[in-house]
Design a binder for this molecule. Structure first.
Ligand code: NI
Length: 138
């Protein structure tokens, strides 16, 4: 922890050109910032494959007029209450609701929750953003 270490990296020219395009396209201010972001992303992915405690956000879009869908989604969220940290609900328009479910816990349990939500018939979109619960990715 603390301090900055400098490393040098050797890359094939063609790979470096592609990397520089990525840096520009994604809006990273420098190559270093891009490398840091990619390393952190890899560390998060590793946390999610090693079954550690993780955190994330599940976004859902659905039609709230479909009452059986709404009830089923609430049932699922209660069933997984130990990993659901908070839920934010936004009324997008007359029909559609956006819900963001913040989750924290074991990977397997969170994946089970996402599967249970995805299996609710009539859901328009369900996506998981994986992040870290430990904050040790620098
Ligand atoms: Ni709503």
């Amino acid at each position: 922890m603390g301090g900055v270490a400098r490393i040098s990296v050797s890359l094939e020219k063609a790979l470096l050109q592609r990397f520089d395009r990525l840096v520009a396209d994604e809006g990273y201010p420098t190559r270093s910032e891009a490398v840091k972001a990619l390393v952190r992303e890899a560390l998060v992915q590793k946390e999610w494959t090693k079954g550690r405690e993780v955190a994330g956000a599940i976004t859902l879009v659905y039609d709230h007029h479909k009452r059986s869908l709404v009830n089923k989604m609430l049932d699922v969220q209660h069933e997984f209450g130990e990993v659901v940290v908070a839920t934010q609900h936004v009324h997008l328009d007359h029909h559609n609701c956006l819900e963001v479910v913040a989750v924290r816990g074991r990977v397997r349990r969170i994946r089970e929750l996402v599967s249970a939500l995805k299996s609710v018939k009539g859901l328009k979109h369900c996506a998981l953003v994986m992040t870290t619960a430990a904050g040790d990715t620098g």
